[in-house]
Design a protein around this ligand. Structure first.
Ligand SMILES: [Zn+2]
Ligand SMILES: [Zn+2]
Length: 403
């Protein structure tokens, strides 16, 4: 199969690699969309200890079930051809964190595209318990964004904001945009946002957030002016640089909270004495709980949140170029690679736009006996997909026209 292999800092190559072997408790997914995550850009630059070459990146995915492992029962929802997404963060299932629903803190957690080969590939194998079938009305396009949306659900939940809170979001990338949207769902009307990229900032302002100009001394003066001397109750840092972390701290009112989400820099210095005197809480938020992941799936499916403007859809072969462009500061809201787009049908994922919701024609489910599932899955489902392809390869899902 084709996969995008990270081979060295800033070297990523489209290569033929063996398809993943399917464990008995796993599901093999044919990847429709694979999102490029900000956390992978530091990996691409060789600055991320989790991601060592050679490695297939990718942990934000949607696709179709290609085959079920021998011990995975076929159900009405989970069967070859079913449209799915998957939680890419898997805990051990038995430690204190896992049994209390906090698998993101499991010391033995495995992240797709970091500890195991990821979804920048035609096929990816994931544990069956991490797979979530999509509601009928949900597009594969939106389903690929459950993972970053789940990060925002968790960040806002941990922040404890309410309708009377003032909130600042630093960084209007995908996570920052989702945080702004989730804040709205929590009733937070007074939302401030900053980003050095004017395209991203303009997109955030369209959601009703108030733009904070970055001054020579950072954000603090503008935040104080806009909030009439109060500062904000909660500041979210969705970048993670020394400057943005500091901006969050100095923009936060006494008794407020800074939520640290961005992972850009390993170390940062803070004005600790003023943090102490103002009783400002600093809270790190990493990833999401399985419950957050389901909430994000539900909210995306019901179009309560979602990214449309500025989402770039590109073939897997363009992946290296897009990693380089994102590192250079290109302001795409999200880049979704289409590893499955190697035949005429799937090229039509490019027809997706924000005004018309398209759903790829799912592969026709081959009906097979359980015994032949794992071994015959790939060829049979591939044959099914080809025969299922509509002329032009794409159909509008009428149930999706309700956004
Ligand atoms: Zn991600
Ligand atoms: Zn665990």
């Amino acid at each position: 199969m084709k996969a995008l292999v990270y081979e060295a800092p800033q070297v990523m190559t489209l290569r033929d690699v063996p398809a993943p072997s399917l464990g008995t408790d796993q599901v093999l997914i044919r990847v429709a969309f694979s999102g490029i995550c900000g956390s992978e850009l530091s990996g691409y630059l060789g600055q991320n200890s989790l991601r060592r070459a050679p490695l297939v990146f990718g942990h934000e995915l949607s696709g179709w079930v290609e085959a079920l492992g021998a011990d995975v029962p076929e159900t009405a929802e989970l069967h070859p051809g079913a449209a799915v997404t998957a939680n890419p963060l898997v805990g051990c299932g038995t430690c204190g964190y896992c049994i209390t629903g906090r698998q993101q803190l499991c010391p033995h957690r495995l992240l797709l595209g970091a500890h195991v080969p990821g979804c920048n590939a035609e096929l990816v194998a994931v544990p069956a318990h991490a797979v979530l079938p999509l509601p009928a009305a949900m597009s594969l396009h939106d389903a690929a964004m459950v993972e970053p949306a789940a990060c925002a659900v968790q960040a806002v939940q941990v922040s404890g904001v309410g309708p009377s809170s003032r909130a600042l979001v630093v960084g209007a990338g995908p996570i920052g945009m989702f945080i702004l949207q989730v804040l709205t769902l929590h009733g937070v009307n007074e939302r401030y946002v900053s980003d050095l990229n004017s395209t991203r900032l303009a997109r955030a302002v369209e959601t009703g957030a108030i733009a904070v100009p970055v001054g020579p001394n950072g954000l603090s003066e503008a935040v104080q002016r806009l909030s009439v001397g109060h500062g904000v109750d909660v500041a979210f840092d969705a970048v993670g640089s020394a400057q943005t972390r500091r901006d969050c701290v100095v923009s936060t009112a006494a008794g407020g909270r800074v939520i640290l989400v961005g992972l850009h820099s390993d170390e940062t210095s803070f004005p600790v004495n003023s943090i102490i005197r103002s009783e400002i809480s600093l809270t790190g938020v990493f990833a999401y709980t399985p419950a957050n992941f389901r909430t994000a799936l539900d909210w995306l499916a019901r179009r309560r949140i979602g990214l449309a403007d500025g989402v770039v859809i590109a073939p897997l072969a363009d992946g290296p170029d897009w990693y380089a462009r994102l590192v250079a500061g290109e302001g795409a809201a999200k880049v979704l690679l289409t590893p499955g787009a190697t035949d005429t049908r799937t090229k039509t994922v490019c027809c997706h736009d924000s005004s018309t919701q398209h759903r790829l024609v799912p592969p026709r489910s081959p009906v097979r006996g359980a015994g032949e599932r794992a071994s015959a899955g790939r060829g049979a489902a591939r044959a099914g997909r080809k025969s299922a392809a509509a002329p032009g390869g794409c159909m509008t899902n009428e149930r999706e026209g309700n956004r």
